[in-house]
Design a protein around this ligand. Sequence first.
Ligand SMILES: C[S@@+](CC[C@H](N)C(=O)[O-])C[C@H]1O[C@@H](n2cnc3c(N)ncnc32)[C@H](O)[C@@H]1O
Length: 233
Amino acid sequence: MTHDDASKPEYMRRIRSFVLREGRMTPAQQRAFDEHWARFGIDYTGTAQDYAARFGRQAPLVMEIGFGNGEALAWASEHDQARDYLGIEVHGPGVGRLMNALAARDASNVRLYKHDAVEVLEHEIAPGTLAEARIWFPDPWHKKRHNKRRIIQPEFVALLASRMAPDGLLHLATDWQPYAEYMLEVMEAAPDWRNQLGPGQYAEKPEWRIETHFERRGLKLGHGVWDLLYRKA
Ligand SMILES: C[S@@+](CC[C@H](N)C(=O)[O-])C[C@H]1O[C@@H](n2cnc3c(N)ncnc32)[C@H](O)[C@@H]1O
């Protein structure tokens, strides 16, 4: 353990919210990295980034963590050209697939990390940077002994709040009711966030979130869907 690790809160030090099962990339996804990473990708360096310089303009920045195959991010960024989008995902095939979609529409308002979002937030995103943050259908870690691996934890939402611009919006969604209840519990207790709908309330699904792959999977299993909207207090 490095000295830096020792100074981190317990959650940040030990817990990873993902297991990397790198499925094989298809030739098209591999080609996406070869051809498009220089344009859409940001290599993790562990130092604060100047996103306005990367995008070549000063626009509000929307971040999505764990975008999966990227369909929701592709859609949202195409229909919201006045803002810039930062996607963070550890799963290579999903990043490749999204880059192909972005290249097909010649997108200029999206950049991607293939890295752990907790580390990106800690080291690359300066305080006060984000206008909006989205975490849609994060891994629910169903088993009680795995609940601590959920990305939504008090320490994590405090870190996230510190990276938000004043009045910045956080949008969470899940299809797993016990995780929805846990998200609500963590967020209601967080001093840096206030529920946009009023204390303890879930939100209606906003029109900017299209149905995602994991949402469809949950709906097929008969799950409900819960959206939560919080503003930085
Ligand atoms: C259940 S999937 C949901 C994907 C997508 N949002 C959807 O709704 O279809 C959760 C995703 O979060 C990613 N993920 C989990 N923890 C992460 C982290 N710390 N940093 C970046 N990505 C993460 C996983 O690789 C996975 O693709």
